[in-house]
Design a protein around this ligand. Structure first.
Ligand code: ADP
Length: 262
């Protein structure tokens, strides 16, 4: 196999990005009618949908906590989301991502406000091109805000790593496969508090610091885009209601419901 040149002669990456440049990121809030909160994220070639329900009665009941609420998450990759057909259903990787995502949100959500209840996050990856756990967290955080779940701050996520000896942010599939290290993180952008940190590969202590700084800075930029997505959705809402969309929503509801009251 020919060796792929991950850093070109002009110093840019294979897709023409600079080391600290993110893939194009598009976020849309409140895209599902039935969910309490939802969001759709396109990030490079990743396409991810998140739905949030709750706070609601905890299932399974044994997971209930008497003094506080819990956050549960199911991350799933669609069988058609990768080039080779994936076997449907949970695998070790999706169980791991579900667990670390739930733990990240558990630290951000004010769970003491809803004892015994749970907030349930569903992340569906429709198309995957590396960075889907971060894309899932970005979508879930906007969906949480859309659902009105009380959080200490927005939650933003991004990876940084090392490819061809260079520290870069937001690795794509080729860089993830052939690079030397990938470190996805999730933080609260206002305080910089780390909610998730994983590492695949090897870095020196100095490189690790650089990776962490680069990913943190990227998360802060992403946090601003997340807030903008929520503002976009809700600043246009009164006009939509004025134009009669709310009435149409009601009749279009498959269960005859009230359109979630939103
Ligand atoms: P992340 O998507 O968070 O970067 P990984 O590093 O585990 O998570 O995966 C990197 C990429 O590898 C995924 O985004 C996806 O494009 C691809 N991938 C993951 N699991 C599979 C699978 N079972 N089959 C084919 N490709 C996969």
């Amino acid at each position: 196999m020919d060796k792929v040149k991950l850093i070109r002669d002009d110093g840019l990456r294979t897709d023409g990005r600079k080391a600290d440049e993110l893939r194009p990121l598009k976020i849309e809030a409140n895209v599902l009618h039935r969910a309490d909160g939802s969001a759709y994220v396109e990030w490079g070639y990743n396409k991810v949908l998140a739905a949030v329900y709750g706070p609601r009665e905890t299932h399974p009941r044994y997971a209930q906590k008497m003094d506080r609420g819990i956050v549960q998450c199911r991350y799933n990759m669609a069988p058609f989301s990768v080039s080779e057909r994936r076997r449907p259903g949970p695998d070790r990787r999706s169980i791991e991502i579900s667990k670390v995502t739930a733990e990240a949100f558990d630290r951000a959500v004010l769970t003491e406000k809803f004892p015994r209840a749970s907030v349930d996050i569903y992340i569906e990856v429709l198309e995957a091109n590396a960075g889907t756990r971060c894309a899932g967290i970005i979508a879930a955080a906007v969906a949480m805000a859309d659902a009105g779940i009380p959080m200490r701050d927005m939650v933003a996520a991004c990876a940084a790593g090392k490819v061809a000896g260079k520290i870069v942010v937001d690795l794509d599939k080729e860089e993830d496969n052939l690079g030397q290290a990938d470190v996805p993180i999730a933080i609260m952008p206002r305080t910089g508090e780390i909610l998730l940190l994983q590492m695949d590969g090897h870095l020196t202590a100095t490189e690790f610091e650089q990776v962490l700084d680069m990913a943190t800075e990227a998360c802060k930029r992403i946090g601003a885009i997340q807030r903008e997505a929520l503002l976009n959705r809700y600043s246009t809402k009164p006009d939509a209601v004025k134009e009669g969309v709310a009435t149409l929503d009601r009749t279009a509801s498959p269960d005859g419901g009230d359109g979630n009251g939103k």
